[in-house]
Write a protein that binds this ligand. Sequence first.
Ligand code: 2IT
Length: 448
Amino acid sequence: MNSYVQKVLDVTKAKNANEPEFLQTVEEVLTSLAPVIDKHPEYEANALLERLVEPERLIEFRVVWTDDAGKPHVNRGYRVQFNGALGPYKGGLRFHPTVNLSILKFLGFEQVLKNSLTTLPIGGGKGGSDFDPHGKSDAEIMRFCQAFMTELYRHIGPDTDVPAGDIGVGGREVGYLFGQYRRIKDAYENGVLTGKGQTFGGSLLRPEATGYGALYYAQQVFEHEHDSIKGKTFVLSGYGNVTWGAAKKIAELGGKAVTLSGHNGYVYDPEGIVTEEKINYLLTMRGSRDANIKMYADHFGLEFHAGEKPWAVKGDVYMPCATQNEVGMEEAKIIAASGAKYYFEVANMPTSNEAIAYLKDAGMIVAPSKAVNAGGVAVSALEMSQNSMRYQWTEEEVDAKLHQIMKSIHDCSAEAAEKYGLGYDLIAGANIAGFEKVATAMIAQGWF
Ligand code: 2IT
């Protein structure tokens, strides 16, 4: 291992000892950058890695909101402005009880490299709150979003920092957040948030973009392997926006997704989530106050596997789409034993570093989330550009650009890995390609 990389890893571990998720991604990324650092002494001379792992700015604040009974509740809000070398900080807001600084720093760090890979001018950031939207009324969600934005507005702007959705934050929340921003600022700066509704600047295809993009990326991998999506069985986790988009595109390309999962278990649908009725039911289900995946099983008369994960179901392609660390060693062994060849991370960091190594050793092609799920933020960046031009991209334009961006992410990852003698290593390739652009911009902009 390169001694500079080792030194930065040791210091980062000592400084962030209570942030396991952040350390997990830093370790994964820095380790795969070692061959690049070996060849480029200028990175050490510019303290590039020390700067890369230190967020430019961390913001933490109190959020007080009132429930329907008139009772006040206190949550913590965050925005991590990780790296602005390539453009305004860009990245989602997550509302989930597990949210803490470690999770948001890992997501922000991943976002920096992911946004670089999109080829679009966006820096990396992430934010959110430990607020739990589950079981809340629409009015409670609105009041929480208003309270959250009442502090956040002073830190963001169309040229400063542009949040979007993530887990627990969808079109409804982005609408309430934008409404409050506009009310406070008295200005129609709709480029301040992406994932907006169609009537106030939202991009066509943004809801579908992460899932569709994942499949456009997968198509490139299949092409590389002289294989095709047609007839393949996909094992997915999650049931949210990303899983929905992926299942829809899988069906369109002639494959079938056979599983969905949530915190309380999974459902196996042997016929596949392939009909319009089933795909649309996911949207209806998500809109309900106590949404959970058992509703899908009940609605379509399918077996519900309470408390279990879907990985024991046999498939050709495994796609974790739910959240971080859904696949550890135990799950990796089950997945590898299926004999499947493809593993695409779609959620952010769904796999432990140990499990990634295991899947690769077992001969699977493993594609990393920062590449596979970059279509979401890429279409967000298109939304920013259409807002600043006071224009509206057509659906065909967005879809064509999304295709081209996902192909370029795949190709430049494969080329970067090849350049450093690593073969078809899509993980190392994505880290290297994403890093090189950010590093070049950081060196050019001087030390800070
Ligand atoms: O993880 C992600 O890339 C997102 N949650 C989307 C970020 C965005 O700005 O659209």
